[in-house]
Design a protein around this ligand. Sequence first.
Ligand code: FAD
Ligand code: NDP
Length: 505
Amino acid sequence: MRTEYSCFITQRRVELSGMAGSSQVEKHFRFVVVGGGISGVTCAEQLAFQFPGDEVALLTAAPLVKTVTNLKQVSKTLEEFDVEEQPSSILEEKYPNLKVIHSAVRVLRAKQHVLQTEDGHNFRYEKLCVCTGARPKLLIENPHVLGIRDTDSAQDFQKKLCKAKRIIVIGNGGIALELVYEVEGCEVIWAIKDKAIGNTFFDAGAAQFLIPSLEVEKPEKTLPCKRARYTIERAVNPKAGSLDHGSALGPDWHQGISLRGAEEVSHNVHVEYECEIEAVLSQHDFMQSPLYTQNSDLGTWPVYAQLTNGKVYGCDFIVSATGVVPNTEPFLQGNNFELAEDHGLRVDEHMRTCEPDVYAAGDVCSAGWEPSPLWQQMRLWTQARQMGFYAARCIAAHVLEEAIELDFCFELFSHITRFFNYKVVLLGKFNAQGLGLDHKLLVRCTKGLEYVKVVLSRGRMVGAVLIGDTDLEETFENLILNQMDLSSYGEELLNPDIDIEDYFD
Ligand SMILES: Cc1cc2nc3c(=O)[nH]c(=O)nc-3n(C[C@H](O)[C@H](O)[C@H](O)COP(=O)(O)OP(=O)(O)OC[C@H]3O[C@@H](n4cnc5c(N)ncnc54)[C@H](O)[C@@H]3O)c2cc1C
Ligand SMILES: NC(=O)C1=CN([C@@H]2O[C@H](COP(=O)(O)OP(=O)(O)OC[C@H]3O[C@@H](n4cnc5c(N)ncnc54)[C@H](OP(=O)(O)O)[C@@H]3O)[C@@H](O)[C@H]2O)C=CC1
């Protein structure tokens, strides 16, 4: 480690052109990380660990920080971990050189290597990592349309749900899949653009396997949920972060809260396929519109949604589970960041943005490197942790003038989660993404038990979807990573009478 950067925090008066209240106390940290979610905390922890003689600042708008615990490597690339929302003091006790500052960043002057927070402090850094996550991409700004992102929005949702008789869920990804299954005691109209449910994770076959779960009573929870719950009360400093700045929820977020509506029913989900929202109307506007004369029998609801298939539904409120948009806002103005198509800060294979000494990780960034043929970015908890960790390693390598190669975790996409009470493992090009017609699918399905899909390209396995307790993840991961020619096995590959694990050992 070079010594000329030994630990220092200086306080002095500086003039920063263009910053409000230009004469401010400046604090100097060698490393600054912005964002107290999984990516930011992982990055800050790793930097604090690697540079014990230097001060690391973690600036965050949220009152609590998220830490990863019980990290378990399930296989070479699959990992599971618990996440705890904790007061920052726990992090500071663990890493005495890590200082958590609860204030949102308002301005960045990348050329000057200076940040300004909402409470008027300026921070000078040598290396900065932006980990500000993303926010819900709401269909429309409307008091009756909710997004779910953090503990505050989840709490707001829960408060409204307990009085609701009918809600409309828009979107066909992770949040929608979780909600339609978890919500009870309330009718759910689920409006999706596609022909099948769960388009971001599944194909039509897997959707068909899953859909009967919506038609039966929800089973009692079979798995004790060991993951940490999200704290609802505001700890530490309630004024520290504005409410729209919380960290994203993640696995099992719904386990700690009751998702029950006002009615005495289990599931009551009606799916409207291949449609979008045409218009959202308040009760008053609906009554005044020509739609009312055609739909006067709909009853009285706080809000009405007109779908593109011509149907109109009244409901208590609408959930817009329509993806996320990266939180790049305070960093763009006056700087030269390059944004990707999805509006994320584009980073290279060393997690560097195009502003010098500014790195980014997690939901806020978009991988700008040529990806491995078996990996794609998805805004997921695991990738946030991996990127935060790797960004810290890159920062360290650059400071120490060492070489660093792209981390192995970016070789193969892998994700473990649960949908509809089934374990779900996704590997590689699980939906044949980008393969065009150049692929073949093998499927094995036992109703109510398991769904196994393998994607083969030129005889090699390039992706898999495993739903249920298939126990195949490790073997398939190996087959995907070693790219063995499997042409000669044909459909035998999924023959349930062959112990495939033994076979390829
Ligand atoms: C309901 C829900 C369920 C999910 N379920 C899963 C799941 O089951 N599995 C999975 O893999 N992923 C899941 N995800 C996705 C996962 O939670 C995210 O991909 C991950 O948490 C992103 O982490 P992050 O650190 O990049 O961002 P975040 O967790 O969003 O953290 C961003 C941080 O930046 C701070 N911040 C923002 N702006 C500023 C600013 N200007 N100044 C200072 N600080 C700022 C925020 O306060 C926050 O602390 C889910 C997401 C949601 C919303
Ligand atoms: N268990 C897990 O792994 C979970 C992961 N998450 C993650 O959290 C993040 C947020 O989740 P979520 O909001 O569900 O995002 P997702 O990206 O998972 O899904 C968004 C969905 O909304 C659809 N959509 C987008 N715009 C519109 C529109 N205007 N009208 C109708 N539908 C639209 C998308 O369709 P299209 O793709 O065609 O644009 C897609 O089906 C994601 O990164 C997700 O991966 C969330 C919950 C659980």
